[in-house]
Design a protein around this ligand. Structure first.
Ligand code: ATP
Length: 193
């Protein structure tokens, strides 16, 4: 088994996430991509951030129609901040030796990797797959980490959760930016207004 872990705030999940996951599956022959929303920060940085429950619900609605995509509430169910290294250690143990783990990240995260907890350990536990992202130059990635990453050819997608939250706030349509079920969830629950 080749399993990709795709962590994020997913506030909300958008088509950029889904397209990147699909391309990673295709190019890296992954059997499964696990979408893992991060837990609730102890002090919400941003009062407009959706709750962990809402973010998880939207992830679940977004992936349910795609074979090979699966949601996970693993980080949500753990108290306090989850570090990627701890999450990967758990999955490594849980999955057994015949599973190869991959970690899917965008180039913005790759640029920030020096600030992660134990980045070398992360690169040791999983093959890190990087998707390019508009505005984030690969040249800014620490060469020590970069040499261990795999850059996967994915379309450059200029969609972010920030842009979607802004569009909702400004009453602009988001119907082509997120799956329909996610759009309906945002509307029904009055998120990001
Ligand atoms: P925000 O705008 O709130 O910061 P986001 O759009 O970056 O959110 P996250 O949930 O933080 O979404 O992203 C989860 C992961 O997906 C991160 O590794 C991020 O780099 C990656 N990602 C998100 N959107 C894109 C995109 N358009 N292209 C490439 N990678 C992306």
């Amino acid at each position: 088994m080749r399993v990709g872990i795709f962590g994020g705030t997913f506030d909300p999940i958008h088509l950029g996430h889904l397209i990147i996951a699909q391309e990673m599956m295709l190019h890296c022959a992954l059997n499964r991509v696990v979408f893992m929303p991060s837990g609730e920060p102890p002090h919400k940085r941003n009062p407009e951030m959706a709750s962990a429950k809402d973010r998880a619900m939207m992830v679940e609605l977004a992936v349910r129609d795609y074979p090979g995509f699966a949601p996970s509430r693993f980080e949500l169910s753990r108290p306090g901040k989850s570090y990627t290294i701890d999450t990967l250690r758990h999955w490594r143990q849980d999955m057994g030796e015949d599973t190869k783990l991959f970690l899917i990240i965008g180039a913005d995260n790759a640029v920030d990797m020096g600030a992660w907890c134990n980045p070398k350990g992360v690169l040791d536990l999983a093959q890190v797959l990087v998707a390019d992202r508009p505005g984030f130059d690969r040249a800014r990635i620490d060469p020590a980490f970069k040499s261990l990453m795999r850059f996967v050819q994915t379309p450059l997608i200029d969609i972010s959760s920030t842009a979607i939250r802004d569009r909702v706030r400004n009453k602009k349509p988001i119907s082509l930016w997120v799956p329909e079920a996610v759009e309906n969830y945002i509307q029904t629950h009055g998120l990001y207004v």
